[in-house]
Structure formats: structure tokens, C-alpha cells
Design a protein around this ligand. Structure first.
Ligand code: ATP
Length: 219
């Protein structure tokens, strides 16, 4: 059972009218792996990530997460994943603690465990001293850390990060890359990027997407 891939994607396809954003993508991810989807603007990365996270319905194809079919058993499949979209959905008027508590409750963490779950995700994302700060006042790097903290607050098996380092300065970039590597020790991670060095530094496995199709898989 433990040898079963955590994520199995077969024949994934997304069409918008006559345009094909994703065309027949297959991928497999084992627990403990960091997979990078690398591609130019418009290659289909965000579309793929949104389908993997269960927030966008594929035109066809199947996605199994921890053995659960995302289309047939969405609640069970989504319980095993956390998702940071390209634009982190943060409420600027909430503090870090308020926001993470809200996310933990939405993710089904039992009320008695919410404070512990928030403290744990803050610790892992180096946010322990920022709990009372308003999200709207944080730097971009800290906002990304909060975005990652909300994605792991319920301790999912799979963490999906869409362009997690986009717009960061070099110091923030290093911090977030090292955080992602640390996440890889406990979760499987899928991240998207258009930067080759990012994929090389952070990922165990890279799939290059071109015009919605897999162009190259390495190693
Ligand atoms: P970027 O790096 O610029 O975010 P991407 O690799 O994430 O690009 P997608 O956003 O997945 O690419 O887009 C893939 C293709 O699908 C593009 O041609 C885009 O214009 C198209 N597309 C995405 N969303 C829609 C939509 N809602 N309606 C129509 N076309 C769309």
C-alpha cells in the first residue's frame, strides 16, 4: 500500500472552447518527492495545478490522490492536499493567527486542535513571531510563507504550490526555496515555475510542459 503512488494523473486534458490548455498529461508522484512543472508563460502550469487541487474540472482524464479519485470522491481526495494558488488568497485585514485559524477550521481541523495546528505550521514556516501582524502589512516573502502555512495547516500528504517564488527578492527566494525543500521531507510537493534554476535547486523530478503537453521528464 505504501508503494502506491501518492498522485496518479492519467490523460489529463483541459479545453477552453477550441483552445487546448492541457493536452493528455500523465504524471506520478511518490511520497517524499518534490516534482517541478517547468514551462513558459501560457504552457499550462496554472491550469494543471488548479486541476490537481480540485478547483478546476478537467475536460477529461483522471486524478487519483492517496488512492481517492478527485472527481468521484472530492472530499476524501482534497483532505490529503494543500494548495497555494498563484495569487495567495490572503485577507489583508486579518492577522496571521486569525487567518491560519480560519484556514484550519475550513480544512476540518478539530476545534480543540486548531491552536496547536496553527502553532505548528507557523513554526515550520518561520512565522512564530508574526502571529499578531496584519496580512496587509507583511512583505511579499512573509505573505508567501503565510500562503504556504495555510497549505500545510491540516498536515496534508500533498502540497501544491503554484509559482511559489514569483516576485520575491533574492533573499526571500533563498528562504522560500529552503522551506520548500524542508517540506519535501514530510510531504510530497508539486510546484510550478518558469525558472530552470528553481527546478534544478528544489526539485527531485522535473517535467517540462510546452503548449499543454509534456515535452521532457527528468530524471
Ligand atoms: P503563466 O506562467 O503565465 O501563469 P501557465 O503555464 O500557468 O502560464 P495557464 O495559465 O495554465 O499557463 O494557461 C494555459 C493556456 O490556457 C493559456 O493559453 C491561457 O491563455 C489559457 N487559459 C487559461 N485560463 C483560461 C480561461 N479561463 N479561459 C480561456 N483560456 C484560458
Amino acid at each position: 500500500m505504501d508503494d502506491e503512488p501518492l498522485v496518479q494523473v492519467s490523460g489529463l486534458h483541459k479545453r477552453y472552447g477550441a483552445a487546448h490548455a492541457v493536452r493528455g498529461l500523465n504524471l506520478t508522484l511518490q511520497r517524499g518527492q518534490i516534482l517541478g512543472l517547468l514551462g513558459a508563460n501560457g504552457a499550462g502550469k496554472t491550469t494543471t495545478m488548479a486541476m490537481l487541487a480540485g478547483v478546476l474540472a478537467p475536460t477529461c482524464g483522471s486524478i487519483l490522490i492517496a488512492g481517492h479519485d478527485l472527481a468521484k470522491h472530492p472530499l476524501a481526495a482534497k483532505a490529503s492536499l494543500g494548495y497555494l494558488p498563484e495569487a495567495a488568497p490572503l485577507y489583508p485585514e486579518l492577522s496571521v493567527d486569525e487567518f491560519l485559524r480560519h484556514c484550519a477550521i475550513l480544512r476540518g481541523v478539530p476545534r480543540a486542535h486548531v491552536n496547536a495546528a496553527v502553532a505548528r505550521s507557523k513554526l515550520r514556516c518561520a512565522l512564530t513571531d508574526t502571529g499578531k501582524r496584519l496580512l496587509g502589512n507583511l512583505s511579499k516573502g512573509y505573505r508567501q510563507r503565510v500562503g504556504i502555512a495555510q497549505a500545510i495547516v491540516h498536515e496534508p500528504d500533498l502540497v501544491i504550490l503554484d509559482e511559489p517564488t514569483s516576485g520575491l527578492d533574492p533573499a526571500q527566494l533563498r528562504e522560500i526555496r529552503s522551506l520548500i525543500r524542508e517540506l519535501g521531507a514530510q510531504h510530497a510537493v508539486v510546484l510550478s515555475t518558469h525558472l530552470l534554476p528553481e527546478a534544478q535547486h528544489v526539485c527531485d523530478q522535473v517535467q517540462i510542459i510546452h503548449q499543454g503537453e509534456l515535452a521532457l521528464s527528468a530524471p
